[in-house]
Design a protein around this ligand. Sequence first.
Ligand code: SF4
Ligand code: SF4
Ligand code: FES
Length: 897
Amino acid sequence: MLEVDGQGIEVDPTMTLLDACRRAGARVDAFCHDDRVASGGHCRACMVEVGARFFAACSTPVWPDAAITTRSERLDAYRRDLGELMWTEARVAGEVAHALSRWGAAGTRYASEVHTAPSEIAKSEIDHSHPYLRLDLTRCIRCRLCERACDGIQGQHVFSFQGRGATTRLGFGEPGLPFVRSACVACGACAAICPTGALSDVDRDRVARQVRTTRTTCGYCGVGCQLEVHVGLEGQDRQRDDAIERVLRIDGVRNAAVNAGHLCIKGRYAHGFSRHPDRLVSPLLRKNGHLTEVSWDEALDFVTSHMQRLRGAVGGLSSSRCTNEENYLFQKWMRAGLGTHNVDCCARVCHAPTAAGMKRSLGTGAATNALEDIAHADLFLVAGSNTTEAHPVTGARIRQQVLRGRAKLIVIDPRRTELAEVADVHLMLRPGTNVPLLNALAHALIALELVDRDFVSSRTDGFDELAAFLEDLSPERTEATTGVPARLVWRAASLYGQARRPMQLHGLGMTEHVQGSESVMLLCNLALLVGAFGREGVGVNPLRGQNNVQGAADMGCQPDLLTGYLDPQDPVIRSRVERLWGAPLPTHRGLTLPRMYDAARTGKLRALYILGEDVVQTDPGVHVDEALARLELLVVQELFLSETAKRAHVVLPGSAFLEKDGTFTNGERRVQRVRKCLEPPAGAREDWRILLELMARSGIRQTLSSPQDIYREIAIFAPILAGVNYERLEPDGLQWPVPTPEHAGTPRLHTAAFPIGRAPLMRVRFTPSPSFGFFSEEDFPLKLVTGRVLPHYNSGSMTRRSAHADLAPRDAMSISPRDAARFNLEEGSEVLIESPWGEAKARLEVSARIADGTAFLTFHHPETHTNALMGPYLDGLADCPEYKLTPVRIRARSIAP
Ligand code: SF4
Ligand code: SF4
Ligand code: FES
């Protein structure tokens, strides 16, 4: 108990004087304090009196019986003087300027360089080099919040204060460096926290009339960050009633379970695409070889009649960018309306091997743990994931835990990623050798006697057989194949085996191989051997790529499983589904996407409906181009005239995640609300409305008329989602399984048992990819791995239509300095990349982050043709293409003037 301005307040010892003042409702300005970062005590604005002494309230713990005074003559005089001194060093703005004027310090009596020579100072202190972040250090009060946010939230350590006394300045690298070339990753945490506007983002500087703020879920990656989307009217039109609404700014939701207010460059800034002039605003129908604008009625009639005409030879690719409700409708239309199980989604080209591998090893093909477990883990094994670029908010959390010494880190990756730089052990393997490396790790765990014998004997099968199988697969024996020194494998096994809470996170570097599913089984083996399931901070956790790839699979957008992973061949399930849908289910087995391409090439598949995927740019070229060209009917529902849409017979303009209601399911199985923040552009329609219209025209009887109705049907359909409804998803969603309306959701799977009972320990022999047959020093000396860079997302259709394009305007191919010298190539040169199957062109980057003999290329720009390089090889169980091992050679390319 203590007193604030004479009022008695209950406190606990963890509180500060500032907390106590706030609890008492007393106003104490605190410019350099924010609950999200550690206190710094730099600005001295929060000074209060206790007895005859002044204390910085933000950084002074409470003590019993303290009598705090927040207003007194002495404090008023102190604050006035402090305010005037602040004016001498900064052209104060924002909330700080308001506070200073309340203190009676609207200016300064003292001489100030900042105010007397602003133009000279501005030259060195204003930096507009970055497309999103603006620096005007003449406004900086040296409160250091930006530095602490950058260090403590993102872990990027961009800022440091340079100089002493009055000459102290915020720095971000060597003097003279433009900010855009600093280590900044544009997460925006600094601009969101800066109290003076010295650091601001362009979106905050806009002159606009704000109309509303809506909470929704990010539509980029599978982390599922919660956004506050501010929509308004901007520019000259802003007073007109018919002015067009647009996104003004996006903030993170401060108390959201997934991201606690933090965002990355995509979630915060990549919203310009929603009002981009390239948006499709009319249906297009190919007439005389040209895509021609037609009415919605004409387009929908055409699609319905021709899909029905080609019934028996149709297929559909649903979209992981779309909502659960839309994915559910899509597969229902395919199955009940068009009589086919030929329905798939882009999980086929990313994490289908995860689902297949985990299902065989554990019984459920989804993340075993919650993202909040990152705070509980004492070791991370990050395998085949460049997390800080592909899943930035999760990557930042992992990095923070490691930098604070709370967890060890093992990284398996052929590149020295940002996480690899801070890892305790980096296993820099040769591409395509995951299986021998993971077997060697299991060998070492057993040899070091780090196996959890109780867990293994009570919950797994096949330990003795596995131990015998692994006997010959020691780190020393596999070193020549993997390229990883045996001592590092022993060290990694020793760390993993000794950790109390080892948490695995894996990405496409594990799955996009011919033995992708089997690699995931071997990751499960490691966790099973050490008993890392069913508790906090452990498990096997795929980092889902697209925002709703988990949801698209949950909804049954795969040929062999219905919504909720129900088996369509089970007679009991069949009759239940047929009753619910009022239509017979097809009896044949469906085709995966690569098999649909095969069937199209041979004329067995004649119509394909693609919802929101640009397969020409993202799927292996040898399959796609020829297959699409053979189709009698290609329908594409899209935001832009993508490379795939350009080849279509019908194009239907759909909607972006900001423009519709529904739900997404993130990579930790969390179903979260998506809320409409603004209308689609006139002429475009919400995707669920388009699908309902097509279903109605296909004669499917139903009463669904809103996303909420659709979700009610999903909950009836799928036992794992039976307890989910929109009301229960407030505010932070629910993690499935949620079997009843009373169930609180399941952050951690497999607590007591696996769905398959005892988990089998898998014995997987390394079967080198056929791609290895092409690698020879003369023909194709480099192993190419493809992937993403931070500013862009997948085909880049949304991020390229924002200022992200300024940060990464081209795809770049990286090779090591030694390989650059070997091939006589220089940084920045234009190169032609050739594989046995195709060619691509890009700019060369020489990078010490990549091993000799390995190359890395992004695929965000259509003109690069990255996927034309890919071969025909697929994962043996899940048909996922082998994106992470392509034999290539490169040479300089001359550019036409
Ligand atoms: S730039 Fe802003 S947040 Fe950073 S020290 Fe200056 S005033 Fe504080
Ligand atoms: S980490 Fe993923 S979900 Fe979060 S803001 Fe970035 S892109 Fe969006
Ligand atoms: S808020 Fe306490 S010293 Fe700045």
